[in-house]
Design a protein around this ligand. Structure first.
Ligand SMILES: C[S@@+](CC[C@H](N)C(=O)[O-])C[C@H]1O[C@@H](n2cnc3c(N)ncnc32)[C@H](O)[C@@H]1O
Length: 300
């Protein structure tokens, strides 16, 4: 039998955000703000366990099993937040180190910091809620400009390229590129890539080409001019699954960075209308860049 906590212990617990981190009195929050506040703290607790092991060796199932504890209220949002934070973690760590904004107090709460910095730089707009949010939002400009400098230093155009650069080349999986048929036909792309790489057509998707594992096309002229998109097979299957016809009106509800939006535009041969929705202001910019690069029109 566990001991019943004293009134004082109960008061202390309600002040520490539930994860042992020293936050002042919980702010009074409403609706979405409140669930984001709790999802961040729940995600931080799980992230701490994951990082104490080895994030790379732990199977996704083990994150799921941590999430499915009854104490985690918003399981879907918490799971998404952890996966996205882990995906961006090397960048988040680099940005935090280069911006030198963390003192010992915040270093002790590093998992919560990682989660909030993910939201500030790549995710939802962060409402100024708990102490950690307040502290990090005060440094939002420093975090954003450090990220920009990091992109420049690593000679990449966007965060997706930086993530790809940080990942060790997977020696077992092939690389895929989708030919943007608004700009180039598949056979011409095949011919041009064959000059340097061993490349084949995918047997399922007519506009997809397969290259050997580890092939790096980040700076290839066909990528830079939007004739081909580095897009995985799963992602390239979504627009064909809808099988849109020219003239259709299609809604892409979660659009940025826009790979599937412009794939739809290619399948619809620029005829019809695509309504691309994106919640995140920074990612709207990226979506617009993708649309421009692809040469698609009729996307609202
Ligand atoms: C995984 S990404 C989408 C990738 C995109 N479909 C592609 O193929 O390039 C999810 C996007 O949905 C956006 N998002 C999430 N909830 C949204 C909502 N309620 N309305 C619009 N966009 C949303 C996120 O900001 C994020 O940019």
């Amino acid at each position: 039998m566990g001991r019943v906590p004293t009134k004082q212990q109960k008061n202390n617990r309600s002040k520490d955000g539930g994860d042992g981190t020293q936050e002042k009195q919980k702010p009074s929050l409403k609706g979405a703000e409140r669930s984001a506040y709790f999802a961040r703290r729940e995600a931080a607790k799980v992230l701490r366990v994951v990082l104490q092991g080895d994030a790379n060796r732990r199977a996704l199932a083990s994150i799921k099993s941590l999430i499915y504890k009854p104490s985690v209220r918003n399981k879907k949002a918490t799971f998404a937040l952890i996966c996205q934070t882990l995906k961006h973690l090397p960048i988040i760590k680099d940005v935090l180190e280069a911006s030198s904004i963390l003192n010992t107090k915040w270093k002790r709460q590093q998992e919560l910091v990682y989660i909030i910095v993910y939201d500030i730089l790549f995710g939802q707009a962060v409402a100024v809620a708990g102490d950690a949010e307040k502290y990090l939002m005060r440094h939002k400009n420093a975090l954003q400009s450090t990220l920009k400098q990091l992109l420049l230093r690593r000679n990449v155009k966007n965060v997706e390229q930086l993530i790809a650069l940080n990942q060790l080349p997977d020696v077992s999986l092939p690389r895929y590129v989708r030919v943007n048929t608004l700009k180039l036909d598949v056979d011409s792309a095949l011919l041009e890539l064959k000059e340097k790489y061993s490349v084949e057509k995918d047997d399922l998707l007519p506009d997809l080409l397969i290259l050997p594992p580890g092939t790096d096309l980040h700076d290839h002229p066909l990528v830079n001019n939007g004739s081909i998109f580095m897009q995985g097979k799963a992602s390239s299957m979504v627009a064909p699954a809808l099988n849109p016809e020219p003239g259709w009106e299609v809604i892409d509800a979660c659009a940025a960075p826009g790979n599937k939006t412009v794939h739809l535009a290619a399948l619809m041969k620029r005829k019809g209308r695509i309504i691309a929705c994106e919640l995140n202001k920074q990612r709207i910019k990226r979506l617009k860049e993708t649309i421009k690069l692809s040469g698609a029109s009729s996307i609202l």
